[in-house]
Design a protein around this ligand. Sequence first.
Ligand code: ASP
Length: 327
Amino acid sequence: MKSFVKILAAGLVAGSALTAAVAVAQDYPNQPVTIVVPFAAGGPTDTVTRLVAAAMSEDLGQQVVVQNVGGAGGTLGAGQVAAANPDGYTLLLHHIGMSTAPALYASLPFDPITDFAPIGLVTEVPMTIVARRDFEPATLEDLIAYVKKNGEDITYANAGIGAASQLCGLLFMDALDTKMTEVPYQGTGPAMTDLLGSQIDMMCDQTTNTTSQILAGEIKAYAVTTPERIAVLPDVPTMAEGGVENFELGIWHGLYAPAGTDQAIIDKLTQSLQKALADEMVGNSFAELGTYPVQASDATPAALAQKLEGQIALWAEVIAAAGVEAQ
Ligand code: ASP
């Protein structure tokens, strides 16, 4: 009898928790939602996020606002979201850096797996190796010879340790067995301004931040990091064409909430993300920038969780093999 009462009571508690969760989700969102971009405004992560946020705003019927929290290669912004109230009103859009940071930092203010609730993958973006318009080397072959010869005399912009631009530079320097002088920014948006002004020599950054400047002839492009050339930049060779084998890098992005966010809210955000990625305007804008939205089956918590876990293991190995020590 006693146990029957207990079961009944437990059922009632579970039932009322469920009712409360459904009520929270039905009411959500009833105020603007913030997506933290862990880099400066005007860069590639910012560009992708603003396109997705605009489409999600329409779907959710609430403003989805982008907040730029740049610094420390994306770890400041990610740490801020990890510590935020898990109420669905503070989210994070971050890239591959979520999986490289554990190998690059001796201690992090967050755990990429346990401190976040994944919502879904967003996109995967090719990288381009670019330089100021008046940089001496003409082709990828020339660039490789020039970098090997001039090493640390060359300045190389990135968005700090843990950024995609830093990872690409690490792999490039490792492949060429040389070192350049790294200059960190809060994001590759401001780094692009300095590249356009010829204050810096080189950068490796996503097509979402380089395509229009390459096409306008405002910067030089030497290579794309995809196995094949890409449609929007048909004249830019692959790394393999320049003789650098096994240099493929795609910058995947994911949307996260802080761990502990109500599952019904996560489900609503996943649905909204999927609708945003199916939006024609988002698809067209992504295509013009050399990327594409992931399929709906990948814009899910399970797909993002699986990607993150696999990539943390992969980059730990690659970064250790490149002899890079955690800072
Ligand atoms: N995505 C860039 C990087 O990781 C930074 C940025 O978005 O500004 O280098």
